[in-house]
Design a protein around this ligand. Structure first.
Ligand code: G6P
Length: 615
């Protein structure tokens, strides 16, 4: 988390940095700050809260400067306030630094620096780095680049940093380990640095993704230089052309990014399977992982690792792969997997699923699996992200940039890729009949149109939202692959509207949550036609018997559940395996409307960040 952005060149740095920070605000919005280099001095502006607070505060000040750094924070060490906001400065005022990540040994470094007379203003781990660099420069009499390098050698933890200094006004120094950093090479001999490419895309599509343990020096006279932190060896930068479109980063007439992204799903799902399936010819092909399919078929098991919403997508994937391809699948929280000394070896395939491709726990879990000899694959949305680069192979979800912190279109795209994968493996393995295979391909092709039809029910869904907006608790129930949908529905509600919500396998309700049910409790049930339909209907009866309020997601034309439920939301009929792609959508809309009605900040819910780059 935390977003960093920096600029050096012939343009005024401040407007570029502020705009960039707004694009990166999804990474954290506890505070924001900029440092600008002007006439040999660094001017620093920091404010608790959103970037707009900083803008307001800074507007009447001296904002000149052709070099600057900016930061939007998701607090880890020290509460969100003006002092703990980045950038942090050396005592002399010669160095300013921004940081995304965690310096794990900051306490011992801090004590050591204190004993040498350094005075700390903030409670952050980051301030340690500034003083450490300053100290090394003084002790060792080395230039700033070398001081940064030596400082990073003594640091344990994760970082993406950018250093601005009065010593060399033509230069910015950046470095990364475990936290992402992109260098943009401008058309005007200028340079951009950012946590992701979104602040850069407007100015250039030429970028270099910094690798772990590398330092990038951008210098107006000498250009871009990359060195390795450990060996101090220089390497030739690998410049890539970005394909990101600027319009994809705008709200496009919608009130919130989340609403736009919910409505984009017919397109994003289609983009996800475009060129990867053909129902008429009867084939499915995921180019990126094709060479690893045999390995997956023969694997002892497939372990899927993820966090948050992506973990829910994995659960759907588990149902699909086990049922269609008859492959043993386990789904793990990345954060648990990595610290559990998991039994994993060469015969295992580990698939990481991640929208951002940067989630610290998922990344670390993958690295662990790799070190134990497993084949590691990735399903990511962000092109060029860390996970996509360290995996043996992978598939992109092609959902386009997702800005709303609560994941929507990325989830359905992940489920789409996992469906394609399950179908492809099942077909190769012969565990699916040709007729069933072709029917499912046609059904999948029809999903975008069916999602459109679900979206057309927006007004009905909004009316239901108005009835339950003041609830304090909510229960979500589903069975089979609708159980992860229930989990995802509950997560969406709690993330953005702060209503306590729990997702449960419908039958498990009897083992606890049923005690909570009374006339105040809305219970959202996915009760579409399929294997468990009758069982779910019984569960609905159990809730009704306790006077709970039932809001059921049902298959179009279902009159039975309609007769029992307080409200129904109909979704088009589809193959049972594809229900998650449709049933999730009304739950997203419900949460969205409830959050808006409660006056919540839908795109930037409190305490959350989109990209969790700390463990
Ligand atoms: C955060 C986001 C979630 C996301 C999760 C995993 O918690 O707020 O929306 O599902 O991280 O992120 P990833 O990028 O790995 O999918």
């Amino acid at each position: 988390m935390c977003g960093i952005v920096a600029y050096i060149g012939k343009k005024e740095a401040y407007p570029i940095i502020i705009k960039g920070l707004k694009r990166l605000e999804y990474r954290g919005y506890d505070s924001a700050g900029v440092a600008l280099l002007n006439k040999g001095e660094i001017n620093l502006y920091k404010r608790q809260g959103k970037v707009s607070n900083l803008e307001e505060f800074a507007q009447s000040q001296d904002l000149d400067g052709f070099a600057g750094i900016g930061h939007t924070r998701w607090a880890t060490h020290g509460p969100p306030n003006d002092i703990n906001a980045h950038p942090h400065m050396s005592t002399s005022g010669h160095i300013a630094l921004i940081h995304n990540g965690i310096i794990e040994n900051y306490n011992s470094l801090r004590e050591e620096l204190k004993s040498r007379g350094y005075v700390f203003k903030s409670q952050t781990d980051t301030e340690v780095l500034v003083h450490l660099i300053d100290d090394i420069q003084k002790q060792e009499q080395v230039d700033l680049v070398e001081a940064v390098r030596l400082a990073l050698l003594s640091v344990i933890g994760a970082y993406a940093i950018v250093v601005l200094s009065t010593e060399n006004p033509n230069q910015l120094i950046a470095a990364r380990k475990s936290s992402p950093l992109v260098v943009g090479i401008g058309k005007d001999n200028d340079f951009f640095l950012a946590s992701d490419a979104t602040p850069i895309i407007e100015y250039t599509n030429q970028v270099v993704y910094l690798e772990d343990e590398e330092i990038a020096i951008v210098d107006l006279n000498e250009g871009l230089k990359i060195i390795n932190i450990g060996h101090n060896l220089e390497k030739t930068p690998y410049v890539q052309a970005l394909e990101l479109q600027l319009e994809a980063l705008e709200k496009g007439g919608y009130e919130h990014f989340m609403l736009k992204e919910i409505h984009e799903q017919p397109r994003s799902i289609r983009d996800c399977f475009r060129g990867r399936l053909n129902a008429t010819e009867g084939w499915v092909s995921l180019g990126g992982v094709k060479d690893y399919e045999q390995k997956m078929i023969q694997a002892q098991r497939i372990v899927m690792i993820a966090c948050g919403t992506s973990w829910h997508a994995c659960l759907v994937g588990e149902y699909l792969m086990e049922d269609l391809a008859r492959i043993n699948v386990e789904v793990e929280y990345a954060s648990e997997f990595r610290y559990r000394n998991p039994i994993i070896g060469e015969n295992d395939v580990v698939i990481a699923v991640s929208q951002s491709g940067e989630t610290a726990d998922t990344l670390a879990a993958l690295e662990l699996a790799k070190s134990k000899g497993a084949t590691i694959l990735g399903i990511c949305n962000v092109v060029g992200s860390s996970i996509s680069r360290i995996t043996d192979a992978g598939s992109y979800t092609h959902a386009g940039p997702e800005i709303g912190v609560a994941s929507t279109k990325a989830f359905t795209a992940q489920v789409t890729v996992l469906t394609l994968l399950a179908l492809s493996l099942a077909h190769k393995k012969g565990t699916i009949s040709e007729t069933k295979f072709r029917t499912m391909l046609s059904e999948l092709e029809a999903i975008p149109e069916k999602v459109k039809r679900v979206l057309e029910r927006n007004d009905d869904i909004e009316a239901i939202a108005a009835i339950y907006k003041d609830a304090t608790n909510a229960l979500y129930l589903g069975r089979g692959s609708s159980f992860p949908v229930a989990l995802e529905g509950a997560l969406k509600l709690k993330e953005i509207s702060y209503i306590h919500a729990e997702g449960y396998p419908a039958a498990e309700m009897k083992h606890g949550p049923i005690a909570l049910i009374d006339e105040e409790m809305p219970v959202f049930v996915i009760a579409t036609k399929g294997t468990s339909y009758e069982k779910v209907v019984s569960n609905i009866q159990e809730v009704k018997a306790r006077k709970g309020k039932i809001i059921a997601i049902v298959t179009e034309g279902d009159e039975d559940v309609k007769a029992m439920a307080d409200h129904v939301i109909e979704i088009p009929d589809t193959d049972e395996h594809l229900v998650p792609l449709l049933a999730t959508v009304p739950l997203q809309l419900l949460s969205y409307h409830i959050a808006v009605m409660r006056g919540c900040n839908v795109d930037q819910p409190r305490n959350l960040a989109k990209s969790v780059t700390v463990e």
